[in-house]
Design a protein around this ligand. Sequence first.
Ligand code: ADP
Ligand code: MG
Length: 612
Amino acid sequence: MSTTIKLLPEHLANKIAAGEVVGRPASVVKELVENAIDAQAKSITVIIKDGGKTHIHVIDDGIGMSKEDAQLAFERHATSKIATYEDLENIRTLGFRGEALASIAAVAQVEMRTRQSSADVGVKVRIEGDGKTDLSSDSFSPGTSIHVRNLFYNTPGRRNFLKSNNTEFKHIFDVIQRIALSHPSMEIKFISDDETILHIHPSSLVDRVKDIFGEKLSQTVFNFEQESEFVKISGLLGKPDFARKSHVEQYLYLNSRYIINRSINHAVFQAYENLLEKGSFPFFVLFLTIDPHKVDVNVHPSKMEVKFEDESSIYRFVLSSIRRALSEHDLVPTVGMRNVSSVDDKIGLQFRSVQTSVQRVTNWRDLIKSDQTTLDVASVYPRSTAHVDEEIANKPNKTSQDEHMLVSRPEPAIVDKERFAAVSPKVWQVHNKYIILPIEEGLMVVDQHAAHERVIYERTIKRFNETNTQSQQLLFPLTHEMPAGDAALVKQLQPLLESIGFSLKFFGKTTIIVDGVPVDVKPGQEGTILQNIIDVYKEDEHNLKLEPREKLAKSFSCKAAIKAGDPLNQTEIQSLLDQLFGTEIPYVCPHGRPVIVKLSLGELDRRFGRTS
Ligand code: ADP
Ligand code: MG
């Protein structure tokens, strides 16, 4: 009886396995460069031709290999990086599977030169796809050089799958970029078709970002670092006003290995939520460092996917540490001028974030010059709150509306005008829309609606988590007739609505009785606020990236906030600013628009043609 099952010859098995490791020229570059990093190289040169299809040459100045190792390196499962299962659980190198060189050699013509610094001469190894090796001594500087020619020369099926030289080049460039960002202390040279594409020297991470993405982007990022017991996160975050329309410029690394992980990306995005315009994505370079025992990097030969032991706690850690980092930074946009020489150039709202990290301001009064502390309340705003409140309090037939006026006013009812004037700095409301305040550096303009929105948004988010709900009970409950779909949505959101202060009862499918509203609801708004919230909520309804509570907080703050056009008195302005600077992120509204714009003295001086 003859057998039909045969063991494959090794070189054929390698050829098949190569399919998993070596998909395209970029994967060869990735494996070779990672080997160089594992070999403690300080400088790596990558030379390619024709998108890597005909030539890939990687040269490093790492530890090199002995003659014996040089031969063994091309055997399948030959690795110096792990020896036992325990090692596999505790991987600190980029490679460990011992299959890259064997796979590459199975589908290309490979020539390697390598020398350890202690050795007098180096070795040269040549391997053809059929597994034949040819070994000789050679003079060579310490390190390793691997030259891969004619990739897939013996597997035409795969070769035909390769894309244009340009596309393959782009994939290789991406690989080099990812490595360059995670190893800023490495010198990297990349040459394609005899042209030097990149030559970057050891530097800080920010400078590396500058080398790769340019000065402009590098000015919009800030460093951050946070650590918990079992995980550390560090890297660079892009400021929200420089977010891009695509998510390609997002780099995530786990223990120095570039990874793709939707869950962590989502956590980052979530942290930026409400700081970003719709459809834009923040730039980031993030490094997670975790005990290798707690992650499995051996999910796929490309090692780009990883499994965390406890993914949800990593998610929460990333989310909260990035939120904190963002709120600790001065994200205030400044007004810049596009072209200083052209006089008729309108002041373009060109947002340029403050370059250095600034201590977060929690009291706006600190921003103001100390000599500007007097104010005649009456001249700026003749109708003071005190005046109105007194009037209401003394009204003979008070209505429930009037009661509201007293309850919901944020500041104390009676204001001592003289005392107030003595301690309050000058601030102005212009066009019932913006608040202007002089600050040390120049001038600050606050959008009153956006500011109030931010205040109410954060307050609402907090209320969701509190047990004692604050509500304004209405003396006369209001009956709403709503379209059935809207009423159903209200029903669905009822627990959240009640936790922020609504008190609701349902009759049938379309009737809702409101007998209490949140304290933030202004007098006169009680009858419309619910429908308004629902209308705005529906616009966001299919935004799956947002939680219902966030969507609700957004729609509620939008509708409950004061509007452009609402006149404010001094007390109200001051109270609004106090509350604004008490928020986590005062500079951006929940929809991602700026709340504050700064105009610096320098800018004004330039505008007026002053030289000093
Ligand atoms: P792995 O990286 O998973 O160990 P490879 O097939 O990529 O497997 O490499 C096999 C072995 O060859 C490595 O473990 C290492 O010992 C050696 N090696 C490969 N490239 C280099 C290099 N550039 N410098 C020094 N040693 C290398
Ligand atoms: Mg390797």
